[in-house]
Design a protein around this ligand. Structure first.
Ligand code: SF4
Ligand code: SF4
Ligand code: FES
Length: 248
C-alpha cells in the first residue's frame, strides 16, 4: 500500500497585503519514483494553484528548484520522496530575497556576487576574431570545467551559518568562482589583485570552515579544497602585504 505523505509547506506572499508567514499542510499519496518537483506540481494543480515555487529544467541543471527539505538545502527535482519520512517539511532557502512561499530570488544574489568577484577574464590582449583559437592544456581545461559545474542553486549559501549571520559574506560559491579564475591562464590577475577582492572578512577570512556548504552541494563540487586553496593563497598574500621581503 502506498504511503500517505504530509507536506508542511512554508506560505507567505510578501507582495500580498495581509499575508503572514506560516505553514500549510497538504496530503498526497506517494507513487513510484515520485520526486518533490512532481509532488509540488500535483499539489499546485489539484489542491492550491496559488502555491509558489521555482523550477525550470527538472534535471538538476538550472538550480532553480533549491529549497530546504526537512532542514537541509537540496534540489526538489533531484529528491525522491522515497528518501524522506512520511512528513516532509519544505521551507524557502534562507539568505535570499523571498519572492513568495518556496520561491526565492537567487538570480539577483548571484549577479551581484559575480560582479563583486569580477567573474570575467581580465586581460590586456585585444580580441582578434580572425586569430586561431588558443589551445589550452587539457589538464587545466578539465580543472576549470570541474569548477564551472556550479549551477548557482544557492544551496551552499542556504547551509552557511556565516552567510545567514552576515548578508555581505560572499560564500563558498564566490570562492569557487575566484578559484576558477585563478586557474585560468587567460586571466592576467595576480594574487594581489585577487586579495583586493576576497582578502577580507566578507571574503575568505570570514569563512569559519565548518563545510556545511560542501555537504549540501548537489553537484558535489570540491568546495572544501577550493576554500582551502584560496585561503592559503590569500594568507600568503596578506603576509607579503605587511612583510614585503616575505617569499612564499
Ligand atoms: S565552510 Fe565557509 S563557506 Fe562553507 S558553510 Fe562554512 S563558513 Fe560557509
Ligand atoms: S557551489 Fe554547489 S551548492 Fe553552491 S551554488 Fe554552486 S552548485 Fe549550488
Ligand atoms: S528544476 Fe532545474 S535544478 Fe531542479
Amino acid at each position: 500500500m502506498n504511503r500517505k505523505l504530509t507536506f508542511s509547506i512554508f506560505r507567505y506572499n510578501p507582495q500580498e497585503p495581509g499575508s503572514s508567514p506560516g505553514t500549510q499542510e497538504f496530503r498526497l499519496e506517494e507513487t513510484e519514483n515520485l520526486n518533490l518537483f512532481v509532488a509540488l506540481n500535483l499539489i499546485r494543480e489539484k489542491q492550491d494553484p496559488s502555491l509558489q515555487f521555482d523550477f525550470c529544467c527538472r534535471a538538476g541543471i538550472c538550480g532553480a528548484c533549491a529549497m530546504v527539505i526537512n532542514g537541509r538545502p537540496g534540489l526538489a527535482c533531484r529528491t525522491k520522496t522515497a528518501e524522506l519520512p512520511d512528513k516532509i517539511v519544505l521551507m524557502p532557502l534562507p539568505g535570499f530575497r523571498l519572492v513568495g512561499d518556496l520561491s526565492v530570488d537567487t538570480g539577483a544574489w548571484f549577479r551581484s556576487m559575480n560582479e563583486r568577484v569580477r567573474a570575467w577574464i581580465h586581460t590586456d590582449e585585444d580580441f582578434d576574431p580572425d586569430a586561431p583559437e588558443v589551445v589550452m592544456d587539457n589538464h587545466v581545461a578539465e580543472q576549470i570545467y570541474e569548477l564551472d559545474r556550479c549551477i548557482e542553486c544557492g544551496c551552499c549559501i542556504g547551509a552557511c551559518a556565516t552567510a545567514q549571520l552576515r548578508s555581505d559574506f560572499m560564500g563558498a560559491a564566490a570562492m569557487n568562482r575566484i578559484a576558477r579564475f585563478m586557474l585560468d591562464p587567460r586571466d592576467k590577475r595576480n594574487n594581489r589583485d585577487y586579495f583586493e577582492i576576497v582578502g577580507t572578512d566578507q571574503g575568505i577570512f570570514g569563512c569559519m570552515g565548518l563545510l556545511g556548504c560542501q555537504d549540501v552541494c548537489p553537484k558535489n563540487l570540491p568546495l572544501q579544497d577550493q576554500l582551502a586553496h584560496v585561503r592559503r593563497k590569500m594568507g600568503r598574500q596578506a603576509l607579503k602585504n605587511i612583510l614585503p621581503w616575505y617569499r612564499n
